[in-house]
Design a protein around this ligand. Structure first.
Ligand SMILES: [Zn+2]
Length: 283
């Protein structure tokens, strides 16, 4: 009898501990979908007409460019016919504003990067971009598109846990250590090289779904985001046809905040952040 009680109370404790651990993993993809903020009336941000030259933002100013330095679609196209994007491109993050910091396998997060997090319902996101995120989700909601945040900010230790899990899966499947590492980093960013560590990326899904799949790209929500996220300052960060530049698989769910202005230039010129910063650095 006593033995039985000990077994039951141990089982109970394990159950409570498991639930507690799951609850405190706020951004483990697939467990809990964050509730978006209550709907509010949102107007679509006004954008300069695409044919009109626009003023370069803080990034350009930080590089000493003139306040009224301008670009046209043609100058960007010309630039990329003359310059090939270099594999291993490193951005000078020290002069870039917070929303343009580049984080990828060649650009590891600097330790002193300041993160201001805001609670967005079971998860955290950069406080300075939270309004933009909610504006996007709420605007979509008004169009009967139900977008939910499955993942946002992830601490480096959580990233390490996800990465090690992925490596282990490949090892179990028979990969060598090196193969497993290479395969894993295409799916889960190495700790310190994930935009989720930066607090500026979200993984989105259709409300009611709890996994991140390529199929999201074909849903009404996924298709709308591709065309409209830039109006709120977000970009589809890992498009299918840019995998050779991003070194990340196609992720139709992963959106990154870069500010309205820069998101619009990237969208209109079909550039991912790496290419855009390469252009900014050489022009
Ligand atoms: Zn993501």
């Amino acid at each position: 009898m006593k033995k039985l009680m000990i077994i039951f109370s141990t089982l109970g404790l394990v159950l409570v501990a498991t639930v507690a651990i799951l609850l405190f993993l706020p951004d483990f993809p697939g467990f809990f979908a964050a509730e978006p903020a209550p709907a509010m009336a949102v107007l679509l941000p006004e954008l300069p007409p695409p044919t009109q030259p626009v003023v370069v933002g803080e990034a350009g100013e930080a590089r000493g460019l003139q306040e009224h330095d301008r670009y046209t679609h043609q100058t960007i196209q010309d630039f990329f016919t003359q310059n090939q994007f270099p594999e291993g491109f490193v951005a000078d993050n020290s002069i870039l504003p917070w929303y343009l910091k580049l984080v990828n396998r060649y650009n590891v997060m600097d330790d002193d990067f300041e993160i201001e997090l805001a609670y967005i319902g079971q998860r955290y996101f950069d406080a300075r971009a939270t309004d933009a995120l909610f504006a996007m989700i709420d605007y979509a909601g008004e169009l009967d598109l139900n977008i939910v945040v499955l993942s946002a900010y992830r601490g480096i230790s959580h990233q390490r846990w996800l990465f090690n899990n992925q490596v282990q899966r490949r090892l179990d499947a028979g990969d060598t250590q090196e193969q497993a590492f290479e395969a894993a980093r295409r799916v889960v960013a190495y700790p310190g090289t994930s935009e989720h560590n930066l607090g500026l990326a979200v993984d989105l899904a259709v409300r009611g779904t709890y996994t991140l799949t390529e199929a999201f790209g074909q849903t009404d929500e996924g298709l709308w985001l591709v065309e409209n996220a830039h109006r709120f300052g977000f970009v589809l960060r890992y498009p299918y046809y840019k995998q050779h530049i991003t070194n990340i698989i196609y992720e139709p769910w992963h959106f990154r905040y870069v500010s309205e202005y820069h998101a619009t230039v990237m969208f209109e010129n079909d550039l991912v952040l790496e290419e855009y910063l390469f252009w900014l650095s050489l022009r």
